[in-house]
Write a protein that binds this ligand. Structure first.
Ligand code: PMP
Length: 362
C-alpha cells in the first residue's frame, strides 16, 4: 500500500522566511526591517498587550472552546447573530476547515491566478481541482470567474482587497456576481485587508448575508489589529454553513490570550484609527517616491503595494536583504520584476526607499 496520500505528494511545502534575529546574526546587521508580510508596523494595541500579560497567569486553564466573550462582542459590533460566526487559528485555518468540511476529491475551486496561496493549499490537501482565472488590470475578473463555473464547482474564492495586487472589486459588481452564482457553490470573500480599503465603493458584504446562504466572509486580527503572532481570525456566514465548519473545528483552536487580546483590540478604536492614518501617510509617501523614480505601482486598498522595479526581483530581494530590508519578491506569483512592500512607519518607509534607490541604481 502507499504510505503517503497522492494529494500530499503534490504539495510544495511552504518555505517560511528566517527569523529576524537569525537574519541579523548572519548578516552582521544591527537593524533589520521587515516589510514582507503585511503586518501592522505600529504593533498591537497597548490594551491588548496589557490584558495578555494579565491573562498569562491563567494559561494552565484551557481556553473557552466556544469563544464566548469575543463571539458576543463581534456579534454586537457586526450586527450578525452569534451562531453566524466561527473562529480560526488565523483565518488561514478557516480556509483549511472549509476544505475539510465541504470539499470532495475532484470538486473544483475557482480562484484568481494571482492571489493568496492558501486557497490552493486547502484544495490540494483534499484532492480538489483548482481552476485559476487570470486577473484583469490586476483585479479579480468576476465575469470570467462566473464563466468558469461548472457542475463540479464547489467554491469560489474572492480575495477582496486582493493580495498581492492590493486591488478590489466594487459593490455593484459583487452584487451582480452573487446574484449569478449558483446556490450550491460557496462564495468566499477573504477580507483580511478590508479595514484598509478607502474606496467608497468597497462592498459591505455583511449586508448580503441575509440574501445569500452560500456567502462566507473571512476576516482576521492579524492585519489592522496587529495580532498576527497570536493567530486569530473569524468567519461570518449563514448559521447552517457555520455549523458544518464547526464540525471540523478543533475544540480549543483559539488560545486564551488570543481571545482576550482580540476583544481588547476591537475596543481600541483609537489604535485602529491611528494605524489607518499611518498607512495613508505611508502610502502617499511611497507613491510619491515611486513616481519620482519612474516606477509603476498598482494603487492599493491595503497596507502593501505591488511595484515594478523593472529588474530581476529575486536579485533585488537579495540585495535589499543584505542591506537589512526584507521585502517580498513576486516571482512565485508569476511576476519577474515586481516586488510587494508592506507600508511601514515613516522611518521604515524612508529606509526602504533609500536602500531601494541604491540597489536599483547599481
Ligand atoms: N488572507 C489574506 C488575503 C492574507 O494576505 C493573509 C495573511 N497573509 C491571510 C488571509 C491570513 O491571515 P491570518 O493571519 O488570519 O491567517
Amino acid at each position: 500500500k502507499d504510505l503517503i496520500r497522492e494529494e500530499i505528494l503534490s504539495i510544495k511545502p511552504y518555505v517560511p522566511g528566517k527569523p529576524i534575529e537569525e537574519v541579523k546574526r548572519e548578516l552582521g546587521l544591527e537593524e533589520v526591517i521587515k516589510l514582507a508580510s503585511n503586518e501592522n508596523p505600529l504593533g498591537a494595541s497597548q490594551s491588548a498587550i496589557d490584558v495578555m500579560k494579565k491573562a498569562a497567569e491563567d494559561v494552565h486553564i484551557y481556553p473557552d472552546g466556544n469563544v464566548y466573550r469575543l463571539r458576543k462582542k463581534l456579534s454586537e459590533k457586526l450586527g450578525v447573530a452569534e451562531n453566524e460566526l466561527t473562529f480560526g487559528n488565523g483565518s488561514d485555518e478557516i480556509v483549511i476547515m472549509l476544505g475539510q468540511a465541504f470539499m470532495n476529491p475532484d470538486d473544483e475551486i475557482i480562484m484568481a491566478e494571482t492571489t493568496f496561496s492558501e486557497y490552493r493549499f486547502s484544495a490540494n490537501i483534499m484532492g480538489g481541482n483548482i481552476v485559476q482565472v487570470p486577473l484583469k488590470d490586476y483585479t479579480h475578473d468576476l465575469d470570467a470567474m462566473l464563466e468558469a463555473v461548472t457542475e463540479q464547482t464547489k467554491m469560489i474564492f474572492v480575495c477582496n482587497p486582493n493580495n498581492p495586487t492590493g486591488t478590489m472589486v466594487g459593490q455593484e459588481e459583487v452584487e451582480e456576481f452573487l446574484e449569478e452564482v449558483p446556490d450550491d457553490v460557496l462564495v468566499i470573500f477573504d477580507e483580511a485587508y478590508s479595514e484598509y480599503a478607502t474606496s467608497d465603493d468597497y462592498p459591505e458584504t455583511i449586508d448580503y448575508l441575509d440574501d445569500y446562504d452560500n456567502l462566507i466572509i473571512l476576516r482576521t486580527f492579524s492585519k489592522i489589529h496587529g495580532l498576527a503572532g497570536l493567530r486569530i481570525g473569524y468567519g461570518i456566514a449563514d448559521e447552517e454553513i457555520i455549523s458544518y465548519i464547526d464540525r471540523v473545528r478543533q475544540p480549543f483552536n483559539i488560545g486564551a490570550l488570543a481571545q482576550k487580546a482580540a476583544i481588547a483590540s476591537l475596543e481600541d478604536e483609537e489604535h485602529v484609527q491611528q494605524s489607518l492614518e499611518y498607512n495613508q501617510q505611508g502610502k502617499k509617501y511611497l507613491y510619491q517616491q515611486f513616481e519620482e523614480l519612474g516606477l509603476d505601482y498598482v494603487p492599493t486598498q491595503t497596507n502593501f503595494i505591488l511595484v515594478d522595479i523593472e529588474q530581476d526581483n529575486n536579485q533585488v530581494f537579495q540585495e535589499m536583504l543584505e542591506r537589512g530590508v526584507i521585502i517580498r519578491s513576486m516571482d512565485s506569483y508569476g511576476y519577474d520584476t515586481k516586488i510587494r512592500v508592506t507600508i511601514g512607519l515613516p522611518d521604515e518607509n524612508k529606509r526602504f526607499i533609500k536602500e531601494l534607490k541604491e540597489v536599483i541604481r547599481d
